[in-house]
Design a protein around this ligand. Structure first.
Ligand code: ADP
Length: 491
């Protein structure tokens, strides 16, 4: 009996999940770790704590596998993307906390770069919007602000890594300094066309190339764990950033296939195949996967407030007691009675990119009740998602299968309304461990547990299918109303 161990290093917890040859989850362990907020808008993690919690979760899984008499054939890693770490090559000690993707400390640096006219320079090379979200300016911040670090980096004494790189470095006992192409494509230092670290960007930001990891395929040899660290020698042979791992875990293997995660925020990725599409609609171009030297590109869009609007109904307004009850409440009325809710609490993401926009509840009458507002909140999640999917469709003229995961995808009302709005069927897998499964699939392909992606599609997996049932006129009228409401909150 063989298992694959998937390490899913997220923003708030480190998880480890064992999968069997059927692709089924057999065991999972999870440890949360503290968030560090040194100043408003700054977010850090302790890299040592990230590793300790991840190692503990991994060891729990190995112990379970041993109890079952199973062998762990390979390890796949998936991780919070963009989060930036620098450590000493000789001692493995971080020189500073990890700067987390959410951290806004370099927003001014990015604004200054934009003022120097660097927006197109960055987008053409990296596919990304010039933003503090990505690793580049975080790394530059550490080099400039931690005493002595720039000199040590220039002398070749320090290494940079996103969290995948850090975990592999630690698991291999400091022998291996690598990343994969999905993670490198989120650093804003990597040229997604030439598939190299971009010398011009490095030069512009003053980042020594010697601190960057080698960039590998997502599936293949990424290192061998050290017995002294993990208690076993196991090949690490799968790696992808969390959203890309979810795309792979959902088997979105064909150009046009989309996965949407309805979590706190909404994360959408479309596989665009060999086409490196430049978006005219505010989407990011990124690497979706690379296997056997063949790169698959993706378009990415995000909804800032997705499931979080339901949290707000519960904790902010205290209008509901649980997220789950919103489904029945929404069904208790035939429609919202003309109410629209634009949850632009922190501005609007794709395709609007308006950081000044704020939330709006409009169209209310004396007849408006709690159920209408709850329904409008759920519908808002679907409208925002539809806007991103339309943007993807406009950029690529493709739209394949749409697969969903994340907490709010459990809401049947939301899924049906989403299918209605898109005029397209939606598939929700019964197993919603897409992210961890994606990393396991990548590792399992490399170690021979599965022959090819087709074998992954054959694995037993149930789906709930939502088919569109709304006529086009009603859909257009609803979307018109939504877009009018969006305009009102972006004025
Ligand atoms: P994350 O990983 O971002 O923390 P999850 O994937 O766990 O998020 O999803 C949690 C989000 O989904 C919460 O914002 C919650 O309000 C929302 N949610 C959970 N269940 C439901 C439901 N049945 N209907 C609507 N929203 C839900």
């Amino acid at each position: 009996m063989q298992y694959i161990l998937s390490l899913d290093q997220g923003t708030t917890s480190s998880r480890a999940v064992l999968f069997d040859a059927q692709g089924a989850k057999v065991y999972a362990a999870q440890y949360e770790f503290p968030q560090i907020y040194p100043q408003p808008g700054w977010v850090e993690h302790d890299p040592e704590v990230i590793f300790e919690t991840q190692l503990r979760a991994a060891k729990d899984c190995l112990a379970y596998a041993e109890q079952q008499g199973a062998e762990v054939a390979a390890i796949g890693i998936t991780n919070q993307r963009e989060t930036t770490t620098v450590w000493d090559k000789a001692t493995g000690k971080p020189v500073y906390n990890a700067i987390v993707w959410q951290c806004r400390r370099t927003a001014d640096t990015c604004a200054a770069m934009a003022a120097e006219g660097r927006t197109d320079f960055v987008r053409e090379k990296t596919g990304l919007v010039l933003d503090a979200y990505f690793s580049a300016t975080k790394l530059q911040w550490i080099l400039r602000n931690v005493p002595g670090v720039m000199e040590r980096a220039q002398r070749g004494e320090l290494l940079f890594g996103t969290i995948d790189t850090w975990l592999i470095y630690k698991l291999t006992g400091g022998r291996t300094h690598v990343t994969d192409r999905t993670n490198s494509s989120r650093t804003m230092l990597y040229n997604i066309h030439t598939l190299q670290w971009d010398a011009e960007i490095l030069d512009y930001l003053g980042i020594p190339a010697c601190m960057l990891p080698d960039v590998c395929d997502c599936s293949g040899d990424l290192g061998m764990t050290n017995v002294a660290v993990l208690g076993a020698e196991i090949p690490v042979c799968g790696c992808a950033g969390d959203q890309q791992a979810a795309l792979f875990g959902q088997c979105c293997f064909r150009p046009g296939d989309v996965k949407n995660t309805y979590g706190t925020g909404g994360f959408l990725l479309m596989n665009t195949g060999e086409l490196c599409t430049e978006s005219k609609n505010g989407l990011l171009t990124t690497i979706g996967c690379s296997i056997g030297g063949k790169v698959t590109y993706a378009l990415e869009g995000s909804v800032f407030v997705s499931g979080a609007v339901i949290q707000w109904l519960r904790d902010g307004l205290q209008l509901i007691e649980s997220a789950a009850e919103t489904e029945a409440i929404a069904h208790s009325v035939p429609d919202t009675g003309g109410v629209y809710f634009v949850p632009a609490f922190v501005g609007l993401g794709t395709p609007y990119w308006d950081s000044e926009a704020r939330g709006l509840l409009c169209g209310m009458t004396r007849g408006t009740g709690r159920a209408h507002i709850v329904r409008a909140a759920l519908e808002a999640i679907a409208y925002q998602t539809a806007d991103v999917i339309r943007a993807m469709e406009q950029d690529t003229a493709m739209l394949g299968t749409i697969k969903v995961d994340g907490g709010a995808s459990q809401n049947g009302f939301l899924m049906q309304f989403q299918a209605d709005l898109l005029g397209q069927r939606i598939l929700r897998p019964d197993n919603v461990e897409s992210t961890a499964a994606g990393a396991a699939f990548l590792a399992g392909l490399a170690c021979g547990m599965w022959k090819d992606p087709a074998a992954l599609e054959q694995l037993p997996q149930g789906f709930t299918e939502y088919r569109p049932a709304m006529d086009a006129a009603e859909r257009d009228a609803l979307l018109n109303g939504w877009h009018t409401a969006v305009k009102r909150c972006t004025l």
